[in-house]
Design a protein. Structure first.
Length: 375
């Protein structure tokens, strides 16, 4: 069956941004009209309002809006002094941007394996990878989970490293009552449209309780300048624009409700797929309040399964098919297949099922029935 032969209203997308947009359209239209009337496109009240709102939402002192999530991580690294000669430990199972941001500072990414249940950075693997050059540990709050940051804190303290959270997939997630993005020294997040909190284009933010770090991020992100034409350091241009800030403020008001809907949908999948042979379900870690950015299962013959689901109109995806150390971009690090067996095995088996706040029980039933048929 070809995907193009399936009526549009029968397809189930991996993410349904249109349904989300309809819910916030009126508020966004009003906010954008004000921005265009006053031509306040860069900075201004829309940006400062969102920064304040998001900092309050996750419970931290500062939110610095920037151009995108990759910039956010690079700026967090640079603000904490990471640069050439330094090593930053990351999980092998993550999006390439985690490692890219490190390389852009001149530092070296050091991937380590992940735990076999949650596929999050493994604290023991971090401990084993620490060297005299380790200056940062970067846990990734993957799939809407929170990484086990509290287990990394003593490791970081022992080697005098900073903890920089990659919180791009975890807006609203908590661990032991603390929000993802507030557990380390500083964090970067992404507001790419498909995130739990998504803009209408690229956007991101750096999060920290440390005023000095927040000021440093603002300085670097604005061409190294606090006063026009006075440049204190070599910086860059990475700003959250007012249009994206207005969109994010409108959506932030609904984020708790949308995350609750994701949690309900994840629970339904768990019930529908319980005990199905050949399907390994995701498990929420004790102490976590996950927000299910993605619902990731593991199956054999994953590529065939995804292809057949897509052909049947089910928008399954893969996050991510290649661990960082096996990508061509990071071949220079010298790692080989077999170095991180848990991440490598998962990369061949992981598959994301459609999940978004507006997905219905009927749609989920069709996803599950089609998956069972394919299996």
């Amino acid at each position: 069956m070809s995907l193009i032969n399936i009526p549009t209203d029968q397809k189930i997308p991996l993410v349904d941004l249109a349904a989300q947009q309809r819910e916030v359209q009126e508020a966004i239209t009003a906010a954008l009209a004000d921005i265009f009337e006053h031509t306040a496109f860069i900075g201004g009240s829309a940006v400062t309002r969102f920064e304040s709102e998001y900092a309050s939402f996750i419970g931290t002192g500062h939110c610095v809006g920037v151009g995108n999530g990759t910039d956010a991580l690079e700026l967090a690294l640079r603000a904490t002094g990471i640069g050439p000669g330094d090593e930053v430990i990351i999980p092998a199972n993550t999006f390439i941007a985690t490692a890219e941001a490190i390389s852009l500072t001149g530092a070296t990414a050091v991937p380590v394996d992940v735990d076999p249940v949650h596929l999050l950075i493994h604290p023991q693997a971090v401990a084993d990878a620490i060297t005299v050059r380790t200056k940062a540990i970067m846990p990734v709050h993957l799939y809407g989970q929170s990484a086990f940051v509290e287990q990394l804190v003593p490791l970081a303290e022992e080697c005098q490293a900073v903890i920089i959270e990659d919180a791009a997939q975890s807006q609203g997630a908590k661990r032991h009552g603390r929000s993802a993005g507030t557990m380390g020294d500083i964090a970067g997040t992404s507001f790419y449209p498909g995130k739990n909190l998504g803009a209408a284009g690229d956007a991101g933010a750096v999060l920290t309780a440390n005023t000095d770090l927040a000021d440093r991020v603002r300085l670097i992100a604005a061409h190294g300048s606090q006063t026009k034409y006075v440049h204190e350091v070599v910086g860059r241009n990475s700003r959250l624009d007012a249009v994206q800030a207005a969109v994010l403020s409108a959506k932030l008001e609904r984020l708790d409700g949308w995350n609750a809907a994701r949690q309900q949908a994840a629970a339904r999948y768990g019930q529908m797929l319980a005990g199905v042979p050949g399907v390994q379900l995701p498990v929420q870690a004790e102490g976590n309040q996950d927000v299910w950015h993605l619902y990731v299962v593991q199956v054999e013959q994953r590529d065939r399964v995804v292809q057949e689901l897509n052909a049947a109109g089910i928008g399954a995806g893969i996050h991510y098919p290649y661990p960082v150390h096996l990508t061509e971009a990071f071949a220079h690090l010298g790692y080989r297949a077999g170095d991180f067996p848990v991440a490598e095995r998962a990369a061949k088996r992981i598959m994301s099922l459609p999940l978004y706040p507006h997905i219905t029980e009927e749609q989920q039933r069709r996803v599950v029935d089609t998956l069972l048929s394919v299996l």
